[in-house]
Write a protein that binds this ligand. Structure first.
Ligand code: ADP
Length: 179
């Protein structure tokens, strides 16, 4: 699926983020950068020890206290088909506090880092919608809006990789107004 009328195509696929043959795969990391469950676990499993070694170097240098929420940083992609992994830390969903801008920041900052790396194609998971509890409909709307606003040349494709049918349908609604 592709949104018409933009220079950067925003596409949706159902599947596994670790299988995407793109320049940059974005990881829904936690601030420790040392691995976790969900997307993070899958990326470290498939990417192998080179990804963790780079993360450890980041913790030992610029990010001694961890990567702050809403920020993004790049490592090698190790054994993944992608060229780089960009790790970003989504906010944990809290009903009593609006953290939408922090979630949007994950998408904006990841795209900024991807452009710095010379990427043309970037694949995102639905950040914060797993263990971090963000409702999928709202998470999809924030993701699509942030990427529409922030993605420009030299990027050619921003791909959302959705693990299940329900996630895919929420993203389709956010992108096209239909599901
Ligand atoms: P967070 O901690 O930011 O909520 P999770 O990794 O727990 O991140 O989940 C983010 C989203 O990614 C969830 O919707 C989850 O279903 C989905 N997901 C989990 N594993 C994969 C995968 N291998 N590829 C794509 N999406 C995945």
């Amino acid at each position: 699926m592709t949104a018409p009328g933009s220079t950067v195509r925003i596409t949706l696929v159902r599947g596994d983020i670790t299988e995407q043959d793109v320049d940059v795969v974005v990881n829904a990391a936690n601030s420790s950068l040392l691995g976790g469950g969900g997307v993070d676990g899958a990326i470290h499993r498939r990417g192998g020890p080179a990804v963790l070694a780079d993360c450890r170097r980041l913790r030992a240098s610029h990010y001694g206290k961890g990567l702050p929420t809403g920020r993004a940083v790049a490592t090698t992609a190790g054994n993944l088909p992608a060229r780089h992994v960009v790790h970003t830390v989504g906010p944990v969903y809290r009903r009593e506090a609006d953290q939408s801008d922090l979630l949007a920041s994950c998408y904006r900052e990841s795209l900024r880092v991807a452009v710095e790396l010379g990427a043309r194609t970037v694949a995102f998971p639905a950040i914060s919608t797993g263990v971090y509890g963000w409702p999928m409909d709202d998470g999809a709307r924030i993701a699509v809006t942030a990427c529409r606003e922030a993605a420009g040349p030299p990027l050619t494709e921003v791909r959302f990789v959705l693990f299940d049918r329900q996630a895919y349908e929420h993203f389709a609604r956010a992108l096209h107004g239909t599901g």
